[in-house]
Design a binder for this molecule. Structure first.
Ligand SMILES: Nc1nc2c(c(=O)[nH]1)N[C@H]1C(S)=C(S)[C@@H](COP(=O)(O)O)O[C@H]1N2
Ligand SMILES: [Mo]
Length: 527
């Protein structure tokens, strides 16, 4: 038997490239599958570990301050969807290019998927809150990406690597389309599952709402009198409906801790450490207070201000029980997702200040985006130094020892809310009929109270506005004033005076570092 003659080599098919459109689609589908499966696994075992959201969080954390400020002021509550869409677009472009680069060999695409995976992995690993379990989701994500890319790529190679396009080509193409659809559907399902599981606090919120409705409060917020607002003249309603309450935070994923899983430790420079559960809070005297919250980033004329009936427990009483030691000038609070800030101890401990650990808003449990199950509220201080949402830790310490999140980014250490006013009607560039023109708006000086609001048109004499009935000194106050105006363009200006006698000055200041100041001016046209 002769074994010398080698068997004829099977003819190697000329490696035909996968058509561009399909190649790009394969990259997109595989990366989509990676993101979706990572998200789903995160939702199931550790919601904070979604690689996609972790990348978003990291972008926020390391963005230069002017950029985050621009996003907050320009997009307000929409800043997060806009950031996430931006990241999605970048990833999609990378995925399409990775597919295009892999028309002959899967290697370039696999390298890109692994590099994206490493980024997601790193973002999860350096997140402010991290546990080893959090690494599962990014690993599953990379595996899903690599496997679906290889599978789709080999399907495509088999469909296009051989021969000329015949009737068989069509059915091969069908195989490829079928495979793509399968991965696409799987990815969508996984992503949908992740979204569904994203905020599993609904049941817990319903329970808390029922508990609050059944609770006997030791202090109820007085009913809001009819004259407390002038909505017919263009001001907001006195209380802000929960869905309309302004929202500011750096949380891409709203934390989903249930009330029964919640606890908070009070520690540091205290005589006695205290750990509170949600039931401990419910067992304490519950109070309800009408409070206007304001964000330091609110520009002149801005709408980062809202009013609600908070239900909660006296923070001061709890701190008295813990025994805050002299010298602990800062109360450092941390949220379950790792945000942190420091509040001046002396303000929280003022007998009449009314600082709360809040658990309810307008008769309901706190909405998830406003801190469910527990947040801090300190009347008279901007939110970034006082209003920690999803709070889980409170440490008595010093301002010298620790810095809050926004203080690290150059905002002021202490931040009392500045006395300010806003024009709500007419809106800028509005057209109004000639004759009597009603100008209206809001003014605020939380924990001091508004004494007077003055308005003037076209630089004329200041006219004292009518004020709404005062609800309490921790809330906004509405104002209105009538003018007789002829046709043409007019400018209206407003300034408020608080109960210390301080009148807002004309000098304009930016929100950073400690809040905007200056008079608002609105230009409108009388026809
Ligand atoms: N955990 C957490 N709490 C937070 C923040 C945040 O980013 N994370 N932002 C603060 C800021 S800057 C403000 S103005 C208020 C806003 O509270 P609201 O969204 O309920 O209006 O929350 C404060 N509490
Ligand atoms: Mo804020």
């Amino acid at each position: 038997m002769s074994t010398t003659a080698a068997p004829p080599e099977p003819p190697t098919p000329t490696p035909t490239a996968i058509p561009r459109g399909f190649a790009a689609l394969i990259g997109l589908l595989a990366v989509g599958a990676a993101l979706a499966f990572g998200h789903l696994v995160a939702a199931l075992i550790s919601p904070a570990s979604s690689p996609y959201l972790a990348v978003g969080d990291t972008v926020i954390r390391f963005s230069p301050e002017p950029l985050t400020e621009f996003a907050k002021v320009t997009f307000g509550t929409n800043d997060k969807p806009i950031l996430l869409s931006g990241i999605a677009v970048v990833i999609a472009i990378v995925a399409l290019l990775a597919g295009l680069a892999s028309r002959r060999s899967p290697r370039p695409g696999l390298v890109v998927i692994v590099v994206l995976g490493v980024l997601g992995f790193a973002a999860v690993a350096i997140a402010p809150v991290f546990s080893p379990l959090d690494l599962v989701a990014p690993l599953v994500s990379v595996a899903a990406g690599v496997l679906s890319f290889r599978w789709l790529h080999s399907l495509a190679r088999r469909a296009y690597a051989t021969g000329t396009d015949t009737a068989g080509g069509v059915s091969r193409r069908n195989v490829l389309i079928g495979g793509s659809v399968a991965v696409g559907v799987g990815a969508l399902a996984a992503g949908g599952g992740g979204l569904l599981l994203g905020n599993g606090v609904g049941g817990s919120r319903e329970t808390v709402t029922k508990q609050l409705q059944a609770a006997r409060l030791v202090e109820r917020a007085p009913a809001i009198p009819a004259g407390a607002a002038f909505p017919e003249a263009g001001t907001p309603t006195f209380l802000t409906a929960n869905p309309d309450f302004y929202r500011i935070d750096v949380a891409l994923r709203i934390p989903s801790q249930t009330a029964s899983a919640w606890s908070m430790k009070i520690h540091g420079m205290v005589d006695k450490e205290i750990t509170l559960t949600f039931d401990d809070l419910l067992a304490r005297p519950l109070v309800e207070r009408t409070i206007t919250m304001t964000c330091v980033s609110n520009p002149i004329g801005g709408n980062l201000i809202s009013t609600t009936n908070f239900i909660g427990v006296e923070l001061r009483d709890i701190l008295m029980e813990a025994g805050v030691q002299p010298g602990a000038d800062q109360l450092f609070s941390t949220s379950v997702d790792g945000w942190y800030t420091g509040t001046p101890t002396d303000v929280v401990m003022e007998p009449g200040r009314g600082a709360l650990l809040a658990i309810g808003m307008n008769g309901e449990a706190l909405p998830p985006e406003h801190g469910f199950p527990v947040r801090m509220v300190v009347p008279g201080l901007y939110g970034y130094v006082s209003a920690t949402k999803w709070v889980v830790d409170l440490e008595a310490t010093t301002f010298a020892a620790k810095q809050g999140y926004w203080r690290e980014r150059s905002w002021a250490v202490k931040a009392p809310i500045k006395t300010m006013s806003r024009i709500d009607s007419p809106q800028g560039f509005a057209q109004v009929p000639a004759g009597k023109v009603t100008v209206s708006g809001i003014a605020w000086a939380q924990h001091t109270g508004i004494e007077k609001v003055e308005v003037r048109v076209d630089g004329g004499a200041w006219q004292v506005a009518d004020l709404s009935t005062e609800v309490n000194i921790n809330t906004w106050r509405m104002w209105r004033s009538d003018f007789q105006l002829g046709a043409g363009s007019h400018t209206v200006q407003v300034r408020a005076t608080d109960k210390t006698g301080y009148t807002q000055t004309e000098t304009r200041a930016d929100p950073i570092p400690d809040g905007a100041s200056g008079w608002q001016a609105t230009i409108f046209t009388v026809n």
